[in-house]
Write a new protein. Structure first.
Length: 524
């Protein structure tokens, strides 16, 4: 069987594919550029292989695809339309993951429009695998990282105890007596969970067995990745006692990660051998292939000489090009200047006396705000509250508000007792909804409040912020907004309730002051 056996693609199809490719690149140019830079990160390096895996799975089905007649279907407009909707939601709301899903749905819609449902079913798995090209949003990454980090470090310490080494874990810090090891996000197991889940999915796809065995094989990839990463942490602790800091960084650190990942392959093969011996033992995959082969021979072949300008092609190209024209030709955002610059922010608020701070340049560049205030306020008893406010004249993809729910855990803090709360202002009638979280790191506890003033609204959820940003861009041409975060330590001599009272008092005083700086519903 030659490499190109069964592949018969008409010249008109190549031209259509080129037209679609050009339209998609024009429409998603900034999105594809961001995707490229994300793939350059070590944690997403596996994404480079996904397009080749997808093409290989489709190539495997080449004979079935060419034997089966294409049946263009207008039902493809459903995913295409959903993709266009998500494009505008992501473009105006400033969310890349929404744009990634939009790109995937547009591809699904175009394929469905031209090939029809029967061919879509044949390549459905390849289209699902395509989703692995898109890195998860930061807030999902962060939460999964914390979960995997805790389990990996606990098992790693247990393994060290099993061989007689002294080790004590506090949060993500492992105390070996002679040194401290920090289980950072890169070692949390998430970097291995996602590609290993993909490995498990591919093994399950090619595994000629019952569906329950395929499912079990795929699900086993999650505990397997965490178990092997725990072994990596334990080995790092052992090698640290022999070769020192080199075991936790540089070549040894990277090589140990690669070695642990490759060690998963024999485990998958062993699982498959065990499952083969369990009932039922029917070879479902082979039977399915025979039935599929018999069915396609009875299908009607496509007629030669189909018109190049078929209605589905004209309609979908018109929709894509119209979207490109609107997105490139119309400015949906106006830059709204801050009411007053934050360098005029008062350093005396009630009993609180402030001391301004300067954020490091690398963080200012990463956050990409228009203006900010960072200051520590001290009350008459010497207790402190840290205030951080970031203002954005407009929000775009990659230039939007970063939630503390993402940023704080990335610095090693864990969220506890997180949830919504309310602060009643001095008039006793007005209140502000806020996010509240007790955060901890290596024995240190702090209480945090944060919320998002957005064009006259005080929001607490990221999805609310994205939806209102999308809506206000369409109806008001405004996407300006701010993040307000106040933070206070829970001192050893006090309870959480004392810190709570301090934050309530400070927030009650600071909200009216902020209204003079952050633009509200109506621009003055």
């Amino acid at each position: 069987m030659s490499f190109l056996e069964g592949i018969r693609i008409k010249p008109a199809s190549w031209v259509k594919a080129a037209c679609y490719a050009c339209a998609v690149v024009l429409m998603y140019y900034s999105t594809l550029k961001e995707l490229y830079f994300q793939w350059l990160g070590e944690e997403n390096s596996y994404c480079w292989f996904i397009p080749f895996v997808t093409l290989y799975i489709i190539w495997e089905k080449r004979v079935e695809l060419t034997r089966l007649a294409s049946a263009p279907s207008w039902l493809g407009l459903v995913p295409l339309g959903m993709g266009i909707l998500l494009f505008w939601l992501g473009e105006l709301g400033g969310e890349y993951m929404t744009l990634y899903l939009s790109l995937w749905l547009v591809i699904i819609g175009v394929v469905w429009l031209h090939l029809g449902w029967r061919k879509m079913r044949i390549i459905a798995f390849a289209l699902i695998v395509m989703l692995a090209m898109f890195p998860l949003p930061n807030f999902i990454n962060t939460r999964a990282t914390v979960w995997a980090k805790n389990i990996s470090s606990q098992l790693g310490v247990w393994m060290l105890h099993m061989i007689g080494m002294s080790a004590y874990r506090e949060g993500n810090i492992i105390d070996l007596g002679f040194t401290l090891l920090q289980v950072v996000d890169a070692c949390s197991g998430l970097r291995y969970i996602l590609p290993m889940m993909l490995f498990g999915l591919l093994f399950a796809y090619w595994f000629n067995a019952h569906i329950w065995k395929k499912t079990a094989l795929f699900l086993s990839s999650i505990p397997l990745s965490i178990l092997l990463n725990s072994l990596r942490i334990a080995l790092t602790g052992i090698l640290y006692s022999v070769i020192g800091v080199a075991a936790a960084e540089g070549f040894f650190h990277g090589f140990s990660g690669w070695l642990v990942f490759m060690a998963s392959l024999p485990f998958f093969l062993i699982e498959m051998l065990v499952f083969k011996k369990l009932p039922p033992k029917e070879k479902y995959g082979r039977a399915t292939q025979v039935i599929a082969g018999e069915n396609v021979n009875r299908l009607e072949k496509t007629k030669n000489g189909k018109a190049f300008l078929q209605p589905q092609f004209v309609m979908s190209m018109a929709v894509l090009l119209l979207t490109v024209g609107l997105s490139q030709g119309i400015e949906f955002r106006q830059r709204v200047a801050i009411g007053r610059p934050f360098n005029q922010f008062p350093m005396q608020i009630g009993e609180w006396k402030g001391s301004p701070e300067v954020m490091e340049r690398e963080f200012r560049d990463a956050l990409d705000f228009s203006d900010y205030i960072l200051a520590t306020y001290t009350d008459s008893r010497g207790k402190t509250v840290n205030l951080y406010v970031a203002y954005y004249q407009d929000q775009r993809k990659g230039e939007s508000i970063h939630s503390p729910e993402t940023c704080i855990p990335m610095n090693g803090w864990t969220f506890n007792q997180a949830g919504d709360s309310t602060v009643t202002l001095a008039d006793g009638k007005t209140s502000v909804e806020i996010n509240r979280a007790l955060i901890e790191k290596t024995g240190t506890r702090e209480l945090a409040y944060f919320w998002f003033p957005q064009r006259g609204r005080n929001l607490t959820k990221l999805y609310q912020m994205k939806l209102f940003t999308f809506w206000d861009a369409l109806t008001k041409q405004r996407t300006d907004g701010a993040l307000v975060r106040v933070l206070t330590p829970v001192y050893e001599s006090e309870q959480v309730e004392d810190a709570e009272q301090r934050l309530q008092t400070f927030t009650r005083n600071i909200v009216p002051v902020l209204e003079g700086f952050i633009p509200g519903k109506d621009l003055r």
